[in-house]
Design a protein around this ligand. Structure first.
Ligand code: NAD
Length: 497
């Protein structure tokens, strides 16, 4: 199979005719050729989006009409759920039930923003009390314009939809550039959007490498906003590129999120959520709770139980029944994780289980689920995002110490706390410097709730009401009562002549 770009309402080959391989990480086999776009394709896509936006073919439609198209897209995703989930699993390696969640969430995200766009349009305009009865001042909310959406490979379709659905709901036109590692479901999404009847140019897809397609997109002068999800290093480049044109940027970046476990909680419940917090999606999760702080009284017992349950996790190809841990997305990411594990040998951390390639596989990028305990606070594995199935544990004695250790990170995406004392949970939640706090769980993510990080984990919020506002500009319209005189240069008599 060979994919194409989607520009100005048509599927087209990239200008240079280049392709890049889609690799199944379970078999290491190439299963498709993905269109690899470059600066010329990006320019065509951005110009198409600009034309569509400036002509108002989408933004001028009543919100109910836009919502109807969004709901058709949601239905199109649902009708293709089984195929899309299978494709996501093949491209990314994640277990099939996880891919099904992602695709269902993607459909719901279109429905949610369809509802929000309609509800928003039905609201009366906000007025400003300017303290002078001669003025009537109102606030308009308008689409920000042409949006560049640049997305990663860990939730390939869902991360794209978190941007595309609210941007379209708000009336924006979009150029989507997914990750070169997993672009197949975004290509399928373009087919669904095409059938849903969106006007030409409103949604465009350019697949390709970051340097060849992502960079020219984030630099393009006709883009109004860059919505980026990915690593801190690339986020920094995107922000720099956007600074040239003073464009709005939202950044969803990495994390090294803490999980605080107090000694009054049930050990099995803690084990369940600690494992879900790090091994779900193979640990390729920006909000993975990869630093676990456990109160000393249960530290040893909890590690013992974690080891036992971890060693029973079924590893394998994502399409195999019962598999809970699939292969790492790519050879590059697999090697990167092995590098962390190799260097960890000299870090002083105690390896509890795992620590290398999973046993029993001849092919596939499999890493054993890995647990380290007593990890030095300056160790690379404690401080840096590994983005794989690797969790680090340390003990603490007091709530104050736990908070200090938890907040001691340049990141601030998410954090979790577990205790039977809910007052303590609320107190700790208030003191954690992160944008997402889970109490007595880790990772459940809801379209209705805002998502994003403090500190180096990003700027802005996706999902929820905030994820819609992120694609709106605010305009004040202030009217002077013409029956009155202003009286600065002309007094009342002169003005009336
Ligand atoms: P990445 O930064 O390597 O790539 C992200 C996207 O940027 C890709 O589409 C890539 O092609 C593109 N890109 C690369 N170089 C570019 C450039 N110079 N200009 C413009 N675009 C460029 O990240 P990744 O490896 O795909 O994803 C993993 C990272 O994403 C992790 O750090 C993870 O924490 C983060 N992430 C964050 C969230 C969140 O919501 N905060 C969600 C998922 C992933």
């Amino acid at each position: 199979m060979k994919t194409e770009l989607y520009i100005d309402g048509a599927f087209v080959a990239p200008a240079g005719g280049a392709t890049l391989p889609a690799v199944d990480p379970a078999t290491e086999q190439v299963f498709a050729q993905v269109a690899s776009g470059g600066a010329e394709d990006i320019d065509r896509a951005v110009r198409a989006a600009r034309r569509a936006f400036d002509a108002g073919v989408w933004s001028d439609l009543p919100a109910t009409e836009r919502a109807a198209v969004l709901r058709r897209i949601a239905n199109g995703i649902r009708e293709n759920l089984a195929d899309l989930a299978a494709l996501e699993t093949r491209d990314n390696g994640k277990p099939l039930p996880e891919a099904q969640w992602d695709i269902e969430d993607a459909a719901f995200c279109f429905d949610y923003y369809a509802d929000l766009a309609e509800a928003d349009a039905a609201q009366p305009l906000r007025t400003n009390d300017v303290g002078d009865a001669r003025f009537d001042s109102r606030v308009l909310r308008e689409p920000v314009g042409v949006v560049a959406a640049i997305t990663p490979w860990n939730f390939p379709m869902l991360m794209a939809v978190w941007k595309v659905a609210p941007a379209l709901a708000a009336g924006c036109c979009v150029v989507l550039k997914p990750s070169e590692l997993c672009a197949m479901t975004c290509h399928a999404l373009a087919g669904i959007i095409d059938k849903a009847g969106l006007p030409a140019g409103v949604f465009n897809l350019v697949t390709g490498f970051g340097a060849e397609a992502g960079a020219p997109l984030s630099e393009h002068a006709l883009v109004d906003k860059v919505a980026f999800t990915g690593s801190v290093a690339t986020g920094r480049k995107v922000m720099q590129a956007a600074s040239a044109g003073i464009r709005t940027v939202s950044l969803e970046l990495g994390g090294k999120s803490p999980f605080l476990v107090f000694d009054d909680c049930d050990i099995d419940k803690a084990v369940e959520w600690i494992l879900f917090g790090i091994f779900w999606n193979k640990g390729e999760v920006c909000s993975a709770t990869s630093r676990v702080l456990v109160q000393r009284g249960i530290y040893a017992r909890l590690i013992e139980r974690l080891k036992e349950v971890t060693e029973a996790i079924r590893i394998g190809a994502g399409d195999q029944p019962g598999v809970k841990l699939g292969p790492i997305v790519s050879k590059g990411q697999y090697d990167k994780i092995l590098g962390f594990l190799e260097r960890a040998k000299d870090s002083g951390a105690r390896l509890v289980t795992g620590g290398g390639r999973a046993e029993g596989f001849e092919v596939g990028y499999y890493i054993a689920p890995t647990i380290y305990a007593d990890v030095p606070l300056d160790a690379e594995i404690w401080r840096e995002e590994i983005f794989g199935p690797v969790v680090c544990l340390n003990p603490f004695d007091t709530e104050e110490e736990a908070l200090r250790l938890a907040n001691d990170s340049p990141y601030g995406l998410a954090a979790a706390v577990m205790s039977d004392d809910l007052e303590r949970c609320d107190r700790v939640a208030a003191k954690l410097r992160a944008g997402i706090i889970w109490i007595n769980c880790s990772q459940p993510t809801f379209t209705q709730a805002p998502w994003g990080g403090y500190k180096s984990s990003g700027i802005g919020r996706e999902l929820g009401r905030e994820g819609f506002d992120a694609f709106l500009e605010t305009k004040q319209v202030t009217r002077f009562d013409h029956s009155q005189t202003w009286g600065w240069y002309l007094d009342e008599e002169e003005a009336g002549q």
